[in-house]
Ligand binder design. Sequence first.
Ligand code: PGA
Length: 260
Amino acid sequence: MKKTKKLVVGNWKLYIDTPKAAKALWKSVSTTARKTRKTDVVVCPPMPLLGLFAGNISGRVSLGAQDVFWTLEPKWTGQTSVYALRSLGVGHVIVGHSEVRALGESNEAVAMKVGLLLKTGLTPIVCVGERERDDKGQYLSHLEAQIRASLAGVSRQKASKLVIAYEPLWAIGRSADDALPPEHLHQMTLFIKKTLVSLYGRNIGTTIPILYGGSVESKNVAELVAGGEVDGVLVGHASVDAKEFSAIIRSVDDIKDVRK
Ligand code: PGA
């Protein structure tokens, strides 16, 4: 397997709500990201604050968005246009986050967003994950069905541009001790890879980056990434604490890649 850079994505959710706080946090992240060698950093501010960073990308931190609307048609109120995101320099977009799915977003809507992003040259970070676990392992079939439906219509050729974020819902928004244990994460990484291989073949399926999200903090990130064999992390609450997020980026950058 070829070595690729790790990816650390900060999802600011609505935690940051003023330009002042957003600029200060961005500055701190940029300073840390400038010193990384093997890690790409993407930050996803809330929509109204995205414009602060348009054209002002340091080169080491890339701008991401937390969602997008699923059509190019302009006659919709209150939604976010993919073209508007692209014009601001947004390169990555989170789609299918469980907090958006909880408001009623279907797999079909997620698949339309994924298709639109790929068509317009943006990278979708497609969130998947089970709500809860059961002894019979039904959560695995649920997860597989969710992956297949969320990626419906994505061609083999376009699939190489995907990023998957595995976020078990029960682990989101808690603390490091509640995250998935690394050995369980490893099983899930293999399971997701197997599903991607069955969809897109070995060459593509094994190279689609898989991130982990759900209570990632500086204290657990290294063991999650190394033990879980993931390609990076999607960080929520810990991404809005400048010191904590810098420590996460540094920990990921320090991990030795032992995979062949
Ligand atoms: P958390 O959120 O890191 O606060 O658990 C992760 C996410 O929702 O993407």
